[in-house]
Design a protein around this ligand. Structure first.
Ligand code: RAM
Length: 361
C-alpha cells in the first residue's frame, strides 16, 4: 500500500475505532515517525528547507478556545482569508464554552481522524490537550498553538499575540497610573486553566513587587470563564466584597466588556478604573462615556493570519519549529522563530479616547 493509501485506511480505521487503537494498529508510533513528526519538542531530526515550495491544497483545522467568542471569530476569519489566498482549505471546529476541556480534546481527536494537514489551536488548558496533540503530530499533522499555548513538546510552534511579559506588566502600569499608585485592585480573568491569562497574571503579580506599587494591593483574582453573564456577575461580586476597590484589570475581551457594562450602569462609573485587553469596537462606547480610560490589544485577525501562515510553512517543510528558523508570512513580512518555538506577532496597541476611532475590529 502506498503511504497515502495507508493514511487514508488509517483515517478510516480511526473514524470507526478509538484513535489510540488506530494509531497503534497503523504503526504511527515507530521511531522514525516520531522523529520527523516535527514539534519544538518533537522536531529533533527534521530539517527545515526555507526554499521549499509553499504547498497548496492543504486543510488547516482551527480550534479556538470557544467558537462563540467574537474575538476568535475575528482571529479565525484572518486564518481563513490567508488560507484561501494560499490555495489551501480552512475549517473551524470547537466548543461553545472556554471551560469545556474534554470537548476540546475530542475535537483534536476528530481533526486527527479526518487527517487534516495542520491544526491551529488556542488551548483552554496547558496540559489537557497534550496526549491528543502528540497523537496528531505522530500522524504527521502539524500543530500550531495560537493565542493560548500548550506545553512546548505538545505542538510544533506557538504563535503569540505579543510578549506575555510586556502584556502582564503594562496592564499593571496602565491601571496603577489611573489610580494614582494607591488602593485595592482585582483581576477579572477568563477560565481558571487558561494558559495565556495565567501567564499574564504571573507577570502582573511580579510587576506589583516593584516598590513603586507598595500602596497598591491585589485583593482578588476572579474568573468569569469568558462568559458575558458570569463576568458581569463576578464584577458585581468584586465590588460587593471589596467596597474600597479602586481598579480592575480584565485580561480577556469578554471579561473587560462585561465589567465595563456593569461599571457604566453603576455608581462606580469613572470611579473604579478598568483596564485590560479588549477590542476597540466593544470598548468604544465605554471609552466615550468615561467608564474606561485606556486598554490594549493586538489585531486578532492578524494573529489568526499568522497562525495559518505558520501552519502552511510547517506543512511545506519551510520551518520545523526550531529557534532561529525564518519564514515569510506574505504581506506580514518575515518572522523568526524564538525560544521554545514561539513566534511573536509584535507589540500590542494601547487604545484611548485619542486613537480609538482609528480602529475597526
Ligand atoms: C478572550 C480570550 C482570549 C484572549 C483574549 C484577550 O477573548 O480569553 O484567549 O487572548 O480574550
Amino acid at each position: 500500500m502506498r503511504k497515502s493509501s495507508i493514511r487514508r485506511a488509517c483515517a478510516a480505521l480511526a473514524a470507526v475505532t478509538s484513535i489510540a487503537l488506530a494509531v497503534t494498529a497503523c504503526g504511527g508510533t515507530t521511531k522514525n515517525d516520531v522523529k520527523d513528526s516535527g514539534g519544538s519538542g518533537a522536531a529533533a531530526g527534521a530539517k527545515a528547507d526555507p526554499n521549499a515550495a509553499t504547498k497548496k491544497g492543504l486543510t488547516v483545522g482551527f480550534l479556538p478556545k470557544a467558537v462563540n467568542n467574537p474575538y476568535f471569530t475575528s482571529a479565525d476569519k484572518g486564518g481563513e482569508k490567508a488560507l484561501t489566498e494560499l490555495g489551501s482549505k480552512y475549517k473551524e471546529v470547537g466548543t461553545n464554552s472556554a471551560t469545556d476541556t474534554s470537548g476540546q480534546v475530542s475535537y483534536v481527536n476528530t481533526l486527527t481522524q479526518q487527517q487534516v494537514d495542520a491544526i491551529a489551536v488556542s488551548a483552554q488548558d496547558p496540559g489537557a490537550l497534550c496526549t491528543a496533540l502528540k497523537q496528531a503530530m505522530t500522524n504527521k499533522i502539524k500543530v500550531v498553538t495560537y493565542d493560548s499555548d500548550t506545553k512546548t513538546d505538545c505542538r510544533n510552534a506557538f504563535v503569540s499575540q505579543a510578549s506575555a511579559e510586556d502584556l502582564g506588566r503594562t496592564e499593571v502600569q496602565l491601571l496603577a497610573e489611573q489610580i494614582g499608585y494607591k488602593g485595592e485592585i482585582a483581576i477579572l480573568s477568563a477560565a481558571q486553566t487558561a494558559t495565556n491569562q495565567n501567564t499574564w497574571i504571573d507577570y502582573m503579580k511580579d510587576e506589583l513587587k516593584d516598590p513603586k506599587y507598595k500602596d497598591v494591593k491585589l485583593v482578588k483574582v476572579a474568573f468569569g470563564n469568558d462568559e458575558a453573564q458570569q463576568s458581569f456577575q463576578q464584577t458585581q461580586g468584586l465590588l460587593q466584597e471589596h467596597p474600597d476597590l479602586k481598579g480592575i484589570i480584565s485580561p480577556t475581551t469578554v471579561g473587560i466588556k462585561a465589567a465595563a457594562q456593569y461599571l457604566s450602569g453603576s455608581k462606580y462609573k469613572g470611579k473604579v478604573k478598568l483596564t485590560g485587553l479588549g477590542t476597540p469596537n466593544d470598548m468604544r462606547k465605554y471609552v466615550k462615556n468615561g467608564t474606561v480610560e485606556a486598554f490594549e490589544l493586538w489585531d486578532p485577525a492578524k494573529l489568526g493570519e499568522l497562525a495559518a501562515r505558520t501552519a502552511v510553512a510547517l506543512s511545506s517543510g519551510q520551518i520545523t519549529g526550531k529557534e532561529g528558523e525564518t519564514f515569510k508570512a506574505g504581506d506580514m513580512g518575515s518572522f523568526t522563530i524564538g525560544k521554545d518555538g514561539v513566534i511573536s506577532l509584535g507589540k500590542p496597541t494601547v487604545f484611548d479616547a485619542k486613537n480609538i476611532d482609528q480602529f475597526d475590529f
